[in-house]
Design a protein around this ligand. Structure first.
Ligand SMILES: *Cc1c(COP(=O)(O)O)cnc(C)c1O
Length: 416
């Protein structure tokens, strides 16, 4: 496909044949009749994950029993996998650990950030941030009282809203709804210029876009294991604390696995040194085993090649939407500029819900985000170019024939 040249399914199949990442597709178990465009919500299953879970259950758990905490290294899993994720996000060594959920990690780091900036009471965020991020900040502000507040502003108002009352600026690097991406280094520098800390949520970034937390001087970060890292449903999350903060930071949840000597069973809490103090309780070993399989694949795939394919695929998808679904009422929400978008394409349509249900019924799986967005995740590790053609053709047909008006697509379900 040359820029400006006609796109056909054949030209896309040729891109697949020349794709340097093509070999990664077979590392994932995907149903034959599905075009999967929701890896930004739940990544596909690495084939290694089901084998690994069986091995951990049958050998390490059933036979090793409690000995496996030492013999199979269960006790080190959270730091070992955290270290690998640290490489993916461009963080300094010994600054990332796997723990809890993204929501809980946000609570831990926001509370710690407020303690690091006594006298400042504001958590600054973006209106339109992922709801759990805002909810956690609201709950923490209510718990602390005494003037603590979450202040959410439009993205373009962030620099002006950064003032001496802000303790921490909490932003999601790639917006879940629109796919828009912030300039992490620039905004972090602006926060620092006002004495505020910068906390980045990498839920839609880790494993999806190049990240350089250390060089961006990000203070704190959280992220998700089950999206682009393909760690499995409900996979544990990760958190990062810049080395320079680790000696001062105090976490609000002081569980025994954050203790300097958990098995000394001392009556008083003494924090571990370094990132280990960000742990809380016993880690979910089976889930960690799955997560490590996804993280290992992400480490194997060169990020420059992954990003180039992601941008090419999202460009192509938007171009096909414009060419083949013209006049069908779809509006592209995702920014077109490469440095301003993550790895998804969002389309607005007033009937987004039933249209997405009709697409899913044809095996093209994306998702719906209220009130009117069709969301398509671009996952270059396992997505083929020709599949994007098939997805757009299905969408074109559903819109042209109004197949989405079938009443069976109207019913709302618990999870969208
Ligand atoms: C997916 C996502 C989360 C998920 O949080 P959980 O605690 O794992 O449910 C949080 N924040 C953002 C920005 C997300 O995209």
């Amino acid at each position: 496909m040359t820029p400006g040249g006609a796109v056909t399914r054949e030209t896309l199949a040729a891109l697949d044949a020349a794709d340097p990442l093509a070999r990664f597709r077979e590392r994932f178990a995907l149903p034959r009749d599905v075009v999967y465009l929701d890896g930004n919500s739940l990544g596909a299953m690495p084939r290694a994950a089901s084998r690994r879970v069986a091995e951990v259950a049958e050998r390490e758990w059933a036979e090793g029993l409690i000995r496996s905490w030492n013999d199979a290294g269960w006790i080190d899993l959270a730091t070992r996998i955290g270290e690998k994720i640290g490489r993916i996000i461009g963080a300094a060594p010994a600054s990332t650990i796997v723990a809890d959920s993204t929501s809980v990690n946000l609570f831990k780091l926001l509370a710690a950030a407020l303690r690091l900036r006594p006298g400042r009471r504001v958590i600054l965020s973006e209106a339109g941030n992922f709801p759990t991020d805002l909810y956690i900040a609201q709950g923490l502000a209510a718990l602390l009282g005494e003037g603590h507040e979450l202040r959410s502003v439009a993205a373009e108002s962030l620099p002006a809203a950064l003032d001496e009352s802000v303790a921490v600026m909490m932003l999601t690097h790639v917006n879940y709804h629109t796919g828009a991406m912030h300039d992490m280094a620039a905004l972090t520098a602006q926060a620092h210029a006002k004495g505020a800390l910068a906390l980045w949520d990498l839920a839609h970034s880790a494993g999806a876009v190049p990240l350089a937390l250390a060089s961006a001087q990000a203070d704190l970060a959280v992220g998700c294991g089950y999206k682009f890292l393909n760690g499995g449903p409900g996979a544990p999350a990760f958190l990062h604390v810049a080395p320079a903060l680790q000696a001062q930071i105090r976490y609000p949840i002081t569980g025994w696995l954050a203790h300097a000597a958990p098995f000394a069973f001392e009556p008083g809490f003494r924090p571990a040194t370094g990132i280990a103090a960000a742990a809380v309780g016993t880690p979910p070993v089976l889930s960690l085993a799955c997560l490590e399989c996804g993280v290992d694949i992400a480490l194997e795939a060169p990020m420059e090649i992954l990003r180039a394919k992601s941008l090419a695929q999202s460009d192509l998808f938007m171009r096909l939407i414009e060419e083949r679904c013209a006049g069908a009422g779809l509006a592209i929400v995702t920014p077109r500029e490469e440095q301003r978008r993550g790895s998804q394409v969002s389309l607005r349509h007033p009937d987004a819900w039933p249209i997405m249900q009709a697409l899913i019924a044809r095996g093209v799986i994306g998702d719906f985000r209220a009130p009117d967005v069709l969301r398509f995740g671009i996952t270059p590790l396992y997505l083929r170019y020709a599949e994007l053609w098939d997805a757009v053709e299905a969408l074109r047909d559903i819109l042209a024939t109004e197949a989405w008006r079938d009443p069976r697509y109207a019913a709302r379900r618990a999870v969208t």
